[in-house]
Design a protein around this ligand. Structure first.
Ligand code: TXA
Ligand code: MG
Length: 367
């Protein structure tokens, strides 16, 4: 299959690209579209054949559910059956964070085929703020199932080029909406009623993302227990066996988001001894020699997420782009500095942990 790449500016190009995407989506084909987090591989969410093509193109196992994108309250009600006890928290969270990088896990409606939710009684829903995505879904006027547009378990794409690197020849069309403004996948929250009378709603955080715990804590009681894996031991070696974790969100297993190159996440400079004849590259947070990582080895290449004092949102925007670049170098190992676990840094450090776990998990886990 030939994969077309269409620009979305200037305006006539946008109109043409949106029309081409909508035609293909109507015909049950998957199309890669930009969102503000990462590129998604979209298909009409109510069409089981279209959804099957998404799983096939990504080589995604059928037990890993997709996120459904909507663009209105009416469309949300089409895909989710919101119970009265969640009505108020859903209204609050969508009012605050939609359109944006927040996904809500809610009871699913019968309009959503079981393939989309991997048989779960719930559906994950978000509304993207990306103007190109918004144009497509408005013109189509149907909910779009769209997981990240990478092959299963690999690095999420944050540019149209990265989508091609993942899916060229497997899908008919990519719309080029430029680099993603957030750079890391949406925060996934499962809201629940208060756990005691008069209490706040409980917000189970299933995946850390651009909407941070600080952003969410005003609206409910945060619960992290579902998120895997939390830090193990402060100085655990990435090659140590990982204790089994309870998986509340399918797909939130270890060993996601992996480069092909083995990645080692350091907790401190002292724990790394380079081996002769091995080629290393460094993913540095802020590129400050005082942090102690830059001279640990003769790195084949060092990339810096946010040069200077280290700005977490900037690090997020560049994160997958730079990780993909390091992966393409063909070194023996990528060495990653730890990222401060505040704000969106929580999401970045989480992705690094999973990437580091990706190389010693059994093949049945997502990798
Ligand atoms: O930012 C994003 O969320 C991007 C853009 C394209 O929207 N999408 C994305 O989708 O990251 P994906 O498929 O790579 O991740 C979806 C994850 C699943 O792996 C699973 O962890 C969680 O969402 N998920 C989906 N449905 C769920 C459900 N019903 N219950 C719990 N978790 C669910
Ligand atoms: Mg993904």
């Amino acid at each position: 299959m030939q994969t077309r790449l269409l620009a979305t500016d200037p305006k006539p190009a946008l109109d043409e690209a949106v029309a081409a995407a909508v035609d293909l989506l109507h015909a049950g084909q998957p199309v890669a579209l930009p969102t503000e987090t990462v590129y998604g591989l979209a298909a009409v969410a109510t069409d089981p054949d279209a959804v099957r093509r998404v799983f096939e193109a990504k080589e995604r196992p059928s037990h890993d559910p997709l996120i459904v994108h909507v663009n209105s309250r009416a469309m949300l009600d089409q895909v989710a059956d919101i119970p009265p006890e969640l009505e108020s928290i859903v209204a609050t969270l969508t009012g605050q964070f939609w359109p944006g990088a927040l996904t809500l896990v809610l009871p699913k409606s019968s309009a959503i085929p079981d393939q989309v939710t991997a048989g779960l009684p719930t559906v994950a829903v978000r509304r993207s703020a990306h103007p190109v995505f918004a144009r497509v879904i408005k013109s189509l006027d149907q909910p779009l199932a769209a997981p990240s547009a990478n092959r299963f378990g690999r690095i999420s794409p944050t540019s149209a080029r990265a989508v091609l690197a993942e899916l060229e020849g497997r899908i008919p069309l990519v719309l080029d909406g430029g680099a993603c403004a957030e750079g890391v996948e949406s925060t996934i929250v499962k809201p629940a009623p208060p756990d005691k009378p008069g209490g706040k709603p409980v917000l189970h955080i299933l995946r850390a993302g651009p909407v941070t715990p600080d952003d969410l804590k005003r609206f409910g009681k945060l619960n992290w227990t579902a998120t895997a894996p939390k830090p193990r031991r402060p100085h655990a070696h990435p090659l140590d066996p990982v204790p089994p974790t309870v998986v509340e969100a399918p797909g939130m297993l270890d060993a996601h988001y992996s480069p092909v190159t083995p990645l080692r996440l350091l907790a401190s400079p002292g724990e790394f001894q380079p081996q002769p004849d091995r080629r290393y590259a460094l993913l540095s947070f802020r590129g400050d020699p005082d942090d102690g990582y830059l001279d640990l080895a003769e790195f084949e290449e060092t990339v810096v997420l946010s040069p200077g004092s280290g700005k977490l949102p900037e690090a997020a925007v560049r994160f997958y782009f730079l990780l993909r670049h390091l992966d393409d170098l063909g070194v023996d190992e990528i060495i990653a500095e730890p990222i401060p676990e505040r704000g969106v840094g929580i999401a970045l450090q989480d992705r690094l942990r999973r990437a580091a776990a990706g190389h010693h998990r059994p093949a049945t886990d997502p990798s």
